[in-house]
Design a protein. Structure first.
Length: 414
């Protein structure tokens, strides 16, 4: 499903404003909006980043492909993305990181993204409660003792409950003194309250194989009795630790699945685990940047062109797999000026080479916003270095004809 985000509210789970450039492959994002299953297109009203576990690395085991963070074992695999470092081998003890991912059945965290941070801005922990001791106001997450006597506690604490914990500073002697603890409750999906009757899609890790037609992914109960399962092995392929994507109807207590897709299916069908669409903003040999993602085009099988025809401003549709912090292309569909004409997509970044609202550049692509609808601020705010999110189509001359423009203030993840 591809969502248009121009005009949507972009925040994190602290309600702090973010920008599209702050997003990265591997982050957990909640999207609220409208979607059309027949076209696989949607319009987002709100995008909310669900922050990950954040702290200082206390151990790295390259042989086991793991790191330890806040007493929790973090597992990495070939699908884990890295931001600010090339791979796990570049990570050192004491380095500050934020890890996005999903809790596995054994309590460890399977990382989708490991991101280095210049400053922590507080400690965050996502995990499962074990060893709850109410009189002592403590519980365990992995090997870490969490002390919550002075914390604001939202929800009911019990063993096996998923929680999000925040603290002002790192643990001392294996004890983390928290400022807030938030536990999942009935009707809450990944920290967000969801109304019964809502159609939704969630992705997570199966905690165990289905029993009586039901299983759990990252704390959400799923009923698969009426689902189409996209996997060669059907329901028997769903086992503990399996990454699963589920689409269906939330009834208030469980997700009644209509479609279930197991990890690996999309790669087998599309030629890659990840999809990327947009115009190339920079190019150095076979290395390109598309929507802030570095891509190696060389391994890709090209359709409608070849690598020699790729230039800054070319619209591409890429399927591929991450290797560290680079997307290795498996399939590249290069749209020439003729075939790209009329394709709607989005761009974001700072304005350069500003002449007028009908003549400026964004990511190296010439833009004409003279006929666009402006969100929040008008065309008078356009100038060099102003950050924009724009939606539109590329015409036969290669000019991006904007239909919607949103002027944004700059922000920083740190």
């Amino acid at each position: 499903m591809r969502f248009s985000s121009v005009g949507a509210d972009l925040v994190d789970d602290d309600s702090q404003a973010i920008e599209l450039q702050d997003l990265a492959i591997g982050m957990t994002v909640r999207v609220s909006g409208d979607a059309d299953d027949s076209t696989q297109l949607g319009t987002a009203r709100k995008l909310e980043v669900v922050r990950g576990t954040r702290g200082a690395v206390t151990a790295v085991d390259q042989g086991a492909s793991t790191l330890t963070l806040l007493g929790q074992v973090v597992r990495t695999d070939t699908a884990t993305a890295f931001q600010g470092l090339a791979n796990l081998a570049a990570l050192t003890v004491g380095q500050m990181v934020e890890v996005y991912g999903a809790t596995q059945a054994d309590g460890s965290l399977l990382a989708t993204l490991v991101e280095t941070r210049a400053a922590l801005g507080g400690v965050r922990l996502t995990g499962v409660v074990q060893g709850l001791n109410v009189p002592a106001t403590t519980f365990q997450v992995g090997n870490l003792t969490v002390k919550y006597d002075t914390a604001q506690v939202t929800g009911v604490l019990r063993d096996g409950q998923s929680v999000r914990v925040r603290a002002a500073s790192e643990p001392v002697s294996g004890v983390l003194t928290t400022t807030s603890v938030r536990s999942a409750a009935v009707g809450v999906i990944d920290g967000s309250t969801v109304s019964a009757g809502t159609r939704m899609k969630v992705k997570g890790i199966a905690l165990a194989a289905p029993v009586n037609g039901q299983f759990q992914i990252s704390g959400t109960t799923v009923d698969l009795s009426q689902a189409q399962i996209k996997s060669s092995g059907g329901a028997s392929s769903i086992v503990a630790g399996q990454v699963v994507e589920v689409k269906g109807l939330w009834n208030g207590t469980l997700l009644q699945a209509t479609d279930i897709e197991l990890e690996g299916y999309r790669e087998s069908q599309l030629g890659g685990r990840h999809e990327l669409y947009g115009a190339i903003s920079s190019l150095n040999g076979s290395m390109a940047v598309v929507n802030g993602v570095t891509v190696d085009l060389a391994p890709g099988r090209f359709e409608h062109g070849n690598l020699a025809q790729v230039v800054v401003g070319s619209y591409v549709e890429i399927k591929g797999n991450l290797a560290g912090n680079v997307l290795q292309a498996k399939k590249v569909e290069l749209k020439s000026l003729a075939t790209a004409s009329g394709i709607s997509y989005e761009q974001f970044g700072p304005v350069t080479d500003f002449v007028s609202g009908a003549n400026f550049r964004l990511n190296g692509l010439q833009v004409d916003a003279s006929g666009a609808r402006f969100e929040h601020l008008g065309a008078a705010g356009l100038a060099n270095a102003v950050y924009l999110e724009v939606k539109g189509v590329q015409d036969s001359r290669g000019v991006f004809m904007a239909s919607k423009v949103e002027l944004k203030s700059r922000s920083s993840r740190d």
